[in-house]
Design a protein around this ligand. Structure first.
Ligand SMILES: Nc1ncnc2c1ncn2[C@@H]1O[C@H](COP(=O)(O)OP(=O)(O)OP(=O)(O)O)[C@@H](O)[C@H]1O
Ligand SMILES: [Mg+2]
Length: 354
């Protein structure tokens, strides 16, 4: 099951684009500012409900317009399933098979989408929330009940924080602690299990690409030695003072080390990109093999980012995976991934064959 058709309306510079996608490899070439990244961004928004470039929805809407629409068809054996997102000042709304659905999370299982773009080093360089999102996407696709635990935890956290902010007594605010602990521990355990598999899946690639040993660990967001319930009880004073819950999986961190040293300010930008690529590829590798859905891997101008030797390493990794590749390039003669099943040229936001 892969994305086989895409229709984009008023998204960034793309006024109206409709293309078929190859189940294995689609290549999109175009000059700078032609709309290549925008096209990948539209696919990403369809699978994730958010952009990888901005948090501001209004930036995605074509200038002068009020809404964008991205519509996709996933081929599901005998039939095609359609999924869509519409973004406007009222927010982003999802549709599945023509009907409006409550949560964007309902589209995500049908279109697992991952991107390797010029900004991937941000996974290493920025704060923990980006790494938590990275982890959560992975866990979501290997443990189906994770999304439920995650949503219930977020709900309890929101209510508890509202109580703290309003300076309500402990008896009232503490009413959320049961749910917070139950779902918080469940999601924390799921993340910790996932980090173990991720380490196993990423260490070979990291060693090949960087010649360094990778260590990954999960810091759960409260003292490793005690339970979440104990940590919550201990932090009550601080929670009250700050008006927010100070401990829990919303404070967790994926700790990444190479050759026993931290990676944030210690390795080069190029190394950060390679490391992030290795981690993203490991997520694709961990995608359940028995799933009828195959992940779509978007590569935004990979030739510009990595030198030839490293690019070869990445290509070997990618081609050994059963993924749908959608690649952009400045040069139509780009041939590192072999012959594309479908190829398009994009010019000023308009797409044509070849
Ligand atoms: N909301 C918007 N409405 C209209 N145009 C937009 C909007 N947001 C961005 N653009 C424009 O879309 C154009 C294409 O941007 P995009 O990032 O997709 O180009 P690209 O082909 O990836 O270029 P590069 O090769 O430089 O990475 C840019 O000129 C940009 O200014
Ligand atoms: Mg671009």
């Amino acid at each position: 099951m892969t994305l086989c058709r895409l229709q984009v309306t008023d998204f960034r510079c793309l006024q109206s684009v409709a293309i078929d996608l190859d189940p294995r490899f689609t290549l999109i070439s175009g000059a700078n500012a032609s709309g290549k990244t925008s096209l990948l961004e539209a696919i990403y928004v369809l699978g994730r409900g958010r952009s990888f470039r901005t948090r501001r929805l209004e930036h995605l809407i074509r200038l002068g317009r009020e809404r964008f629409v991205v519509f996709g068809e996933v081929d599901a054996f005998e039939r095609r399933v359609s999924l869509g997102v519409e973004g406007s000042s009222g927010g982003i709304r999802a549709k599945l098979g023509g009907d409006r659905v409550k949560s964007l999370a309902e589209l995500a299982p049908l279109l697992p989408v991952q991107i390797i773009d010029p900004e991937i080093h941000r996974l290493i360089e920025e704060g923990p929330s980006r790494r938590r999102r990275f982890l959560d996407w992975g866990v979501f696709h290997v443990e189906p009940r994770f999304v439920d635990d995650w949503q219930r935890f977020q709900q309890a956290l929101k209510q508890r924080n509202a109580g703290l902010k309003a300076r309500q007594p402990r008896g009232v605010t503490g009413a959320w602690d049961g749910d917070l602990v139950r779902y918080g521990e469940a999601l924390s355990l799921a993340r910790a299990r996932y980090v173990e598999s991720l380490r196993a899946a990423a260490s070979g690639t990291t060693h090949r690409m960087l010649g360094m040993n990778l260590e990954l660990s999960y810091r759960q967001g409260w003292a490793q030695s005690g339970s979440f319930a104990e940590a919550l009880a201990q932090s009550w004073g601080q929670d009250q003072e700050s008006g927010a819950t100070q401990v829990g999986p919303h404070r967790a961190e994926l700790v990444i080390r190479l050759n026993d040293m931290g990676v944030k300010d210690r390795i080069s930008r190029g190394q950060q990109k390679l490391l992030a690529a290795a981690l993203l590829m490991a997520q694709v590798k961990l995608f359940p093999l028995d799933s009828p859905v195959r992940p779509s891997l978007l590569l935004d101008d990979p030739a510009a980012e990595l030198d030839d030797m490293r690019l070869t390493g990445l290509i070997e990794e990618v081609s050994s995976q059963s993924v749908q590749l959608i690649v952009t390039t400045l040069h139509p003669e780009f041939s590192q991934f072999g012959a594309p099943g479908l190829q398009y040229r994009i010019e000023s936001g308009e797409v044509r064959d070849g």
